[in-house]
Design a protein around this ligand. Structure first.
Ligand SMILES: Nc1ncnc2c1ncn2[C@@H]1O[C@H](COP(=O)(O)OP(=O)(O)OP(=O)(O)O)[C@@H](O)[C@H]1O
Ligand SMILES: [Mg+2]
Length: 292
């Protein structure tokens, strides 16, 4: 009996690991997502904040990285960008001067919310172009900065500025996947081909695994024909990459930044919050399908 026990125990353990390998892998792999669209005001920051906050609310340890000098993701969480001892710019400066990986503790900031941490931005980040211009491998600075954190967080969500400048290129290089908000407005698709070309270049030269995970329709107003038309065009162009969850134009969403809260925290029952919660689930499902 006893002699039988050891091989049986090994077999049982192997079976358990094999059967649950997807769950084990999902838990161990941290995903980095960048929210990008060089068009201004399309809902990048709103999407980044609510995605990060929604993932944190589901118990997933999440880091939001504010890579936009406007610092809207920082202030949108009720954090004063000017009052922080460290921010993305000071961390980039430190990385460039020490040429060393920075320790995780220096780089993360509590947001007074369970499971949600933040690397804030500040207006100094406008100097990133000049600071990085003379650096070798300047497109990979953010990737190197975040490297020690990738195993620590289940999710890293990067909010990017409305340009395809060096900060956005860094975000594309650091990311596994992209979330592309598209506002349901005139000229919604304008500029997207340029974005796709840039993604393609980054994929070929810097980050072969980069994928568009979800195109998200934002500020959708189902009463207008324009929103319906834009949705139709975007779904025709991007097909299955378009998230099922469409974010409605919703007053609670536009109010929430002035209260320093993501809408899913400020008004969890609002239509905007419900749509973002559904998007969080879709993003998690996508991650599971990447591993499975
Ligand atoms: N679903 C929505 N309903 C109503 N207002 C919204 C919605 N989504 C975003 N907004 C508002 O639209 C404005 C632009 O949104 P946001 O700041 O998220 O865009 P952005 O793409 O990050 O802008 P930028 O390019 O300047 O960084 C903000 O005032 C925001 O509160
Ligand atoms: Mg923004």
């Amino acid at each position: 009996m006893r002699e039988d026990f050891a091989p049986r125990a090994v077999w049982f353990w192997q079976e358990l690991v094999f059967r649950h390998r997807n769950i084990l892998l999902v838990q161990r792999h941290g995903w980095t997502l960048a929210v990008v669209n060089q068009k201004g005001g399309v809902g990048k920051t709103t999407t980044a904040i609510n995605l990060a906050a929604g993932l944190a609310l589901e118990g997933e340890l999440t880091l939001l990285v504010d890579a936009d000098p406007q610092a809207n993701a920082t202030s949108g969480l009720g954090i004063d960008p000017r009052g922080q001892p460290e921010n993305l710019f000071t961390l980039i400066q430190a990385l460039l001067t020490t040429q060393d990986t920075l320790t995780g503790d220096r780089m993360t900031f509590s947001t007074a919310r369970p499971n949600l941490h933040l690397i804030p931005a500040s207006i100094d980040l406008v100097g990133a172009d000049v600071l990085l211009a003379s650096q070798i491998a300047r497109e990979t600075i953010l990737q190197r900065l975040l490297a020690p954190l990738r195993d620590r967080y289940t999710w890293i969500v990067i909010d990017t500025p409305p340009s395809l400048g060096i900060l956005t290129i860094n975000a594309l290089t650091a990311a596994d996947g992209l979330i592309v908000p598209v506002q349901c407005e005139y000229y919604a698709l304008e500029g997207l081909s340029h974005l796709l070309q840039t993604v393609d270049l980054v994929r070929r030269h810097l980050n072969p695994q980069l994928e568009i995970w979800k195109v998200v329709l934002t500020m959708h107003d189902s009463r207008t024909r324009l929103s319906e038309q834009v949705e139709h065009e975007v779904r025709k162009f991007f097909g299955a990459k378009v998230a099922q969850s469409v974010i409605p134009r919703n007053i609670r969403v536009s109010e929430s930044p002035s209260f320093g809260q993501p809408v899913i925290e400020y008004a969890p029952l609002s239509r905007g919050a419900q749509a973002y919660s559904a998007l969080v689930k879709e993003v998690k499902q996508h991650a599971a399908s990447c591993v499975g």
